[in-house]
Design a binder for this molecule. Structure first.
Ligand SMILES: CC(C)(COP(=O)(O)OP(=O)(O)OC[C@H]1O[C@@H](n2cnc3c(N)ncnc32)[C@H](O)[C@@H]1OP(=O)(O)O)[C@@H](O)C(=O)NCCC(=O)NCCS
Length: 170
């Protein structure tokens, strides 16, 4: 399977904030942003693998500064690192004040997607050829994040064994 550049999986979307998208502080509702991040990242994973993909985990969504209705919101995602069947997708959210032109990084996120074969089993994905400084930095640091994720997954599984599936009111 030939490796692909980050550019081949890149997805970019710019939008406005409408009244339905804000919280009680009149800034973008975090849940709306998380949903958009997952959607963009899933397209990125599909472009890289050309297979059905599922979100395996979201490491983090870091809300770095609030986004207001005066801003445009530009979201960019691309595959930064791959394992055998999994892909790490980075999403960067830039808010641009349309009156002043001031641009700031409003949020960043790392998600992991797994490609599936026709039987719904994890299936191989192409490797990554990073090109820009940003892509190279993300690629070089990808293995370390993947190792942390493996440990986190093991701990989550262990913890889940203590949880009950009983109905809360019983
Ligand atoms: C994600 C999923 C396909 C993994 O299946 P699995 O049989 O546990 O697969 P494996 O243990 O063989 O792992 C396959 C790959 O996924 C990775 N992976 C699995 N769970 C992961 C997690 N929580 N976080 C990060 N990577 C994960 C593994 O590291 C492995 O990567 P590699 O092939 O690159 O080394 C399965 O757990 C699943 O279907 N989960 C639900 C996904 C879903 O419904 N998403 C929608 C969100 S509601």
């Amino acid at each position: 399977m030939d490796a692909k550049t980050c550019n081949e999986s890149r997805v970019v979307r710019t939008s406005r904030i409408f009244p339905n998208d804000v919280n009680n502080h009149n800034t973008l509702f975090g849940g709306k942003l998380m949903s958009d991040i997952d959607m963009l990242a899933s397209i990125t994973a599909g472009r890289h693998s050309r297979k059905e993909c599922v979100t395996a985990s979201t490491d983090s969504v870091d809300f770095l500064s609030p986004i207001t209705p005066k801003d445009s919101v530009c979201m960019e995602s691309f595959v930064t690192w791959t394992g055998t069947t999994s892909m790490e997708v980075f999403v960067k959210v830039i808010a641009e004040n349309l009156l002043t032109g001031d641009r700031k990084i409003a949020a960043t996120a790392f998600l992991t997607f797994v490609a599936l074969d026709d039987n719904g089993q994890p299936s191989g994905v192409p490797g990554i050829i990073p090109e820009t400084e940003e892509e190279k930095k993300l690629f070089e640091t990808g293995k370390e994040r993947a190792e942390k994720r493996k440990l986190h997954r093991k701990n989550s599984k262990e913890l889940a064994s203590y949880f009950t599936t009983r109905k809360p009111w019983e």
